[in-house]
Design a protein around this ligand. Structure first.
Ligand code: THU
Length: 130
């Protein structure tokens, strides 16, 4: 899939979000090194703290099917500015993503931000410190 198609998929996938409490859908599209595509959405729970973010849903889906190497993550939300991933998701990304792996943040306005983990979570805790 092209970058444009992956961005469109991330935006269309917002409708899959299970968000009865926040009404704030988030969508993620994760591309593996061998070009497989995993989608994720946020999945909320009546016990709010058990909710799972879209980014972690996509990562856990891919890892649970044996994929450990990734080349691009797209994140979408109905936001005016490019959506910003939460700190918990950034830490989970640090487990699997190379620091310079592209992460594209999307918005409803059409504005996008190209970033990576070295910007989103510098000096992160990884296995290298253990
Ligand atoms: N959310 C995500 O899915 N990803 C993020 O990076 C930020 C927050 C979700 C969690 C919750 O379902 C809703 O957005 C509002 O916080």
């Amino acid at each position: 899939m092209t970058k444009q198609e992956l961005e469109k998929l991330a935006q269309e996938n917002l409708e899959m979000a299970y968000v009865p409490y926040s009404h704030f859908p988030v969508s993620a599209v994760l591309v593996t090194d061998d070009n497989q595509v995993f989608t994720g959405i946020n999945i909320e729970n009546s016990s709010y703290g058990l909710s799972n973010c879209a980014e972690r849903t996509a990562i856990f889906k891919a890892v649970s099917e044996g994929h450990l190497h990734f080349k691009h993550l797209f994140i979408a939300g109905h936001t005016d500015e490019p959506i910003s991933p939460c700190g918990a998701c950034r830490q989970v990304m640090a487990e699997f993503f190379a620091p310079e792996m592209p992460i594209t943040l999307l918005s409803d306005s059409g504005e996008t931000k190209e970033t990576n983990l070295s910007e989103l979570l510098p000096y992160s805790f990884t296995e290298k410190q253990m």
